[in-house]
Ligand binder design. Structure first.
Ligand code: GUN
Length: 291
């Protein structure tokens, strides 16, 4: 069984972006800039934004983080986005999701200029992706494509089964892998909570992408021997042997599935770090730089 090392691959990508950013600065006299908007006190969101900011710092990108209280009005968030849309030092804008209930997420996403949409969530980006035009790809699915590519696992002609249909992972990864392109061209099934028997689908997968949001939902009995497993889940479970009493696990029962899989991403250290690396790639691209 091959362990697909997302930590190593993401570090390789960040090193490449750092070199490209240095070159970009020599040619243009400035570094790509990324603005983060963090609303409220969600601990996971705070931790993600901190990691993303740290990645910017390591690479040499300019970055600003605006922290707003959970009580902030939608109007204020929209005007802040307007300010960043018109700020020439800012090339990418990231509003960390989820937002408090009283703020309409879709309106916020659509307020971001498609030219600065480094999350790839704007309908203009989603539409371009759908019809196979180059655009900003959402960072987690983009990271999955890159993990497969850099592990030399070609999805072309393979049956990819995606479990989960979120706008952030399930739908976009299915879309990207179905395109008639290199490192895509797969036959794709999306299985989800509407299926009567999920395992009927998962058993057929050559490449299984689990984005369910439930700890250890995919077990050994649900996959076929030789399957490549990409685990997008990040779930915190209780573990009395761990220092703080909890640990992170994926959507896949790693210890069981590893006995039959040919390759797997671990959690942590698989897809997670790729998301940040691809955000850096998107930000370089937003500024007009190239890898
Ligand atoms: N929340 C969970 N994943 C993401 C992401 O990729 N981008 C943003 N902005 N928020 C998220």
């Amino acid at each position: 069984m091959i362990i697909i090392d997302g930590k190593k691959i993401s570090q390789d990508i960040k090193n490449e972006v750092k070199i490209a950013a240095g070159k970009f600065n020599l040619e243009n006299g400035f570094f790509p800039g990324l603005a983060f908007i963090l609303v409220g006190e969600n601990p996971a969101s705070q931790s993600y934004v901190k990691s993303k900011g740290k990645a910017c710092e390591d690479i040499g990108f300019y970055s600003v983080t605006e922290r707003l209280p959970a009580t902030v009005s939608e109007h204020e968030v929209l005007s802040l986005i307007g300010r960043f849309n018109n700020d020439s030092k800012i090339h990418g804008i990231l509003v960390q999701l989820p937002l408090p209930k009283h703020i309409n997420e879709q309106r916020v996403i659509e307020a971001i200029s498609p030219l600065k949409d480094v999350d790839g969530f704007h309908p203009a980006s989603v539409g371009k992706m759908m019809i196979g035009i180059d655009t900003f790809f959402p960072c987690t699915p983009y990271g999955i494509v890159e993990l497969l590519k850099r592990s030399n696992i070609d999805p072309s002609g393979k049956h990819v089964v995606v479990v989960g249909r979120s706008n952030i992972v399930g739908k976009p990864i299915a879309n990207m892998l179905v395109q008639k392109k290199e490192w895509a061209n797969a036959v794709v099934t999306i299985a989800h909570t509407g299926a009567k028997d999920i395992s009927y689908y998962t058993k057929q997968a050559d490449i299984l992408i689990a984005a369910v949001g439930k700890a250890k939902a995919i077990t050994k009995e649900m996959v076929k021997p030789g399957v490549v497993v990409i685990d997008v889940g990040i779930n915190r479970i209780e573990d009395s042997s761990a220092k703080n009493g909890t640990r992170l696990v994926g959507d896949v029962d790693y210890d069981g599935v590893k006995e039959v899989a040919s390759a797997m991403t671990p959690v942590p250290g698989g897809v997670g770090p790729m998301t940040i690396a691809m955000l850096m790639v998107n930000t370089l691209k937003a500024a007009g730089g190239k890898l």
